[in-house]
Design a protein around this ligand. Structure first.
Ligand code: ZN
Length: 369
């Protein structure tokens, strides 16, 4: 009899634990509430280590780099009613290309492209790399019940987080050239890479740009498919370069391969990286871009993604003062924005005045709905 009682108790407490572990995320989703998202991007565990609590700072979401996500942070986030969004470094991969040279982006001269400052991209058609990233995404989704996956570095090899961008022509590896020719049914000259690249850029430039953009969209779609299969309620967001289409001779589309209208059709959330200081823009530009993006989404027939800008608090290349940080947070929170976060936790800890600015905004000023 005693044994049966113990068994029943064990089963009941198991059910209770299961129910309570599900309850955190379900409350607002089941009641249909969509609070304004108030987040911190980076490795938010550093805030906890410094003695802060997410809930006391008025936050309701963390945006954590995949490499910084662990059980301890996840449990703390759950305990403090935070939504957990995981940043996924889609096409970033210096270590990968060093170990797998077949995935190294090739420039128009047929040479391995140099790192673009700190960024080293990967050839997005390398089959081994595609599998590698898909498996990484599956691992995250197997280990953690998340509110969303945010794809980062969804662009061809280049550097845009600066006023003076690095914009190489890639990728002219044999695989990319052959996939491009097949897809566009083009008869390419029987020549070496430099000559073939020259021919493509002179004779099939628009087909080339279009193909490159489709390759990126294919990445987003296949990552989204994995998320939908494994965690249907999780959102798929994209962090992307916030140049206007005409900036830098249309490099957003021509070099990075980004077609914002195509992203609008696929993503659940768009998070333009509105790093005003790095791009030598005014704080007002943050609000202007957000408004412009809203217009583009409004004009879209089908999908209407949410807009959650990421703004700059990081002192680069010069200081972002606490007051300026406050201004870009407010600009990025204007409609149609329904969420805001900053780059990054580290910059807040380096200047606790910025933590106070964020707390005041999140607790007192930015509305919850
Ligand atoms: Zn390639």
């Amino acid at each position: 009899m005693e044994t049966i009682k113990k068994l029943l108790l064990t089963i009941l407490s198991g059910i209770f634990l299961l129910l309570s572990s599900c309850s955190n995320k379900d409350t607002s989703e089941k009641t249909g509430q969509n609070p304004f998202i108030k987040g911190v991007y980076g490795n938010p565990a550093t805030l906890i280590e410094a003695g802060y609590r997410f809930d006391e700072l008025g936050m309701n979401a963390i945006f954590v780099r995949s490499i910084s996500l662990d059980q301890e942070l996840y449990d703390a986030a759950m305990e403090q009613q935070q939504r957990v969004y995981v940043e996924f470094p889609t096409l970033l991969g210096r270590n990968y290309v060093e170990d797998h040279t077949e995935a190294w982006p090739i420039n128009e001269k047929g040479e391995q492209a140099q790192p673009a400052d700190w960024f080293m991209g990967v050839c997005p058609t390398a089959p081994g790399f595609i599998e590698f990233r898909k498996n990484q995404l599956r691992d995250i989704l197997n280990n953690f019940d998340v509110d969303g996956i945010f794809l980062d570095y969804v662009h061809w090899h280049a550097q845009f987080e600066t006023a003076d961008p690095i914009l190489p022509e890639t990728c002219f590896c044999d695989r990319c050239i052959s996939l491009f020719a097949d897809e566009k049914q083009l008869e390419l000259p029987d020549a070496d890479i430099p000559e073939t690249a020259e021919w493509i850029l002179e004779n099939a430039d628009s087909e080339w740009r279009d193909w490159r953009s489709h390759i990126l969209n294919g990445w987003v779609s296949s990552m989204k498919m994995i998320v939908r299969e494994m965690q249907p309620d999780a959102l798929v967001g994209i962090f992307y370069c916030s140049w206007y289409p005409d900036d830098h001779d249309s490099a957003l589309y021509r070099t990075l391969g980004i077609d914002v209208e195509a992203f609008i059709e696929i993503a659940d959330v768009l998070s333009p990286m509105l790093f005003h200081k790095m791009k030598e823009r005014s704080p007002e530009w943050v609000g202007e871009y957000t408004d412009w993006l809203g217009g583009l989404i409004e004009a879209s027939d089908d999908n209407k993604p949410l807009v959650w800008p990421i703004v700059q608090s990081h002192d680069s290349p010069v200081e972002v003062t606490p007051d300026e940080f406050r201004r870009v947070m407010l600009e990025g929170s204007k409609p149609p924005s329904s969420g805001i976060m900053m780059f990054s936790d580290q910059s807040l800890l380096e200047n606790p005045e910025k933590i106070e600015v964020m707390r005041q905004l999140y607790v007192e000023e930015i509305s919850n709905d």
